[in-house]
Design a protein around this ligand. Structure first.
Ligand SMILES: *Cc1c(COP(=O)(O)O)cnc(C)c1O
Length: 388
């Protein structure tokens, strides 16, 4: 029986040609045009002034937090429902992630919950317009929303909160390149946005990421940080503690090929969504992630909620059943406030994230997925659901 994977990369002759070119010229690590080209094309697509390619999306987040001036003891608001990388990055700089609940329709960081958390947890220093933790005095420095599963979060509402309280806005757009928020591309930064090109993302460089910002000073700072703190030019001076977070040329060569297919990949993800929608609509107890009126979602991973009573089986049993039929799925990530890595000092309640975690399951969503494979996935789901 053929396996149907969750989400695998789609590469073609263009990528092969670019990689061969890269190898033939000895540009595996540094050198050659590919990193610059990749950054340039991405900057154009995002209508942004600076793109800094990095070795991973997590590295981009780590550097973004440093560039934004987040320091040990600061607090940063992060959605409770997310892949763990942004919460880890907050901890890398010694800051504390404060997890806030998501909304039940689109599953994104809920601006009303952010406001409620601010009202409850912080007091306002009116003179400097800064928020401080009522108990510990720790300052709230940033919002780190995640554009989850290809759907943008409600940026305008979050920007207005960030403006009101002098907060940095660092967007984790790793899962949502190609999406649009009110006709603006996701990843076009308000302050700083971060992207990932890991193998399962909408386009890939094998491994890789990028930091995007319109601020020249932040961009220069980020360029130093990803290169061991090295000053530009030939001075041999390393002016601050940095990292080895550069994107190798070889990976950028793959990325240049992939970027030319971004729109095609997004169209394919949306076609996958329409086909699943049609097939799944008469199966009781299934509900997918909604798409807001102000959003164009890429449906990076087509994800459904399983109502155990209506469907006749819970999401984990369904995942096991599909797995035994060679169909790879993935449950939602455990909410961050429950995670053994991060739960320590959480005080906010996040009931929506917990319910989504129980019910959520992502279905196969590779760009190369065929309609026949989708039909097979849905037949298997139908066979396991409540019999009529
Ligand atoms: C994939 C992902 C990342 C980080 O990506 P890497 O490139 O694997 O480090 C960060 N945040 C989210 C939400 C992701 O899905």
């Amino acid at each position: 029986m053929d396996q149907i994977p969750l989400c695998v990369p789609e590469v073609g002759p263009e990528e092969t040609k670019l990689v061969m070119d890269c190898m033939a010229n000895g540009w595996l690590a540094r050198g050659g045009p590919f990193v610059k080209d990749f950054e340039h094309v991405l900057a154009e697509k995002l209508d942004a002034s600076n793109v800094i390619a990095c070795s991973s999306g997590t590295a981009a987040l780590h550097v973004a937090l440093q560039v934004a001036g987040i320091r040990p003891g600061d607090e940063v608001i992060v959605p409770a429902l997310t892949f763990i990388a942004p919460a880890n990055a907050v901890r890398y700089v010694g800051a504390t992630p404060v997890f806030v609940d998501v909304d039940p329709l689109y599953w994104q960081l809920n601006p009303d919950c952010v406001q409620a958390c601010i009202d409850q947890r912080y007091q306002l220093d009116r003179e400097h317009n800064l928020l401080h933790n009522k108990v510990t005095g720790a300052p709230l420095k940033a919002l780190l929303p995640v554009h989850l599963l290809g759907h943008p979060c409600d940026l305008d509402a979050l920007i207005s909160i960030a403006q009101r309280f002098n907060l940095m806005l660092i967007e984790d757009a790793a899962e949502s390149l190609g999406a649009e928020y009110r006709e603006r591309p996701v990843g076009k930064p308000y302050h700083i946005a971060c992207l990932s090109f890991n193998g399962n993302k909408v386009i890939t460089t094998g491994a890789g990421g990028a930091l995007v910002t319109d601020c020249g000073n932040w961009a220069a700072d980020a360029r130093r940080l990803i290169d061991q703190g090295r000053e530009p030019g030939m001075s041999g001076v390393y002016s601050r503690l940095g990292y080895n977070y550069r994107m190798p040329s070889l990976n950028a060569a793959v990325g240049c090929g992939q970027l030319s297919r971004l729109a095609e990949h997004v169209d394919k993800k949306r076609a996958i969504m329409y086909h699943y929608d049609g097939l799944l609509k008469d199966i009781p107890g299934l509900k997918r992630q909604g798409q807001a009126l102000w959003a164009l979602s890429t449906f990076w991973l087509y994800t459904v909620l399983i109502d155990e009573n209506e469907f006749g089986m819970d999401s984990r049993s369904l995942a096991r059943g599909l797995s035994s039929r060679g169909i790879e799925t993935r449950p939602f990530w455990q909410p961050m406030h429950l995670s053994p890595t991060h739960r320590a000092d959480q005080t906010e309640e996040c009931p929506v994230a917990e319910e989504l975690w129980r019910q959520g399951i992502s279905l196969p969503s590779s760009v190369g997925l065929t309609e026949e494979q989708q039909d097979a996935v849905v037949e298997a789901i139908r066979a396991m659901g409540r019999k009529g």
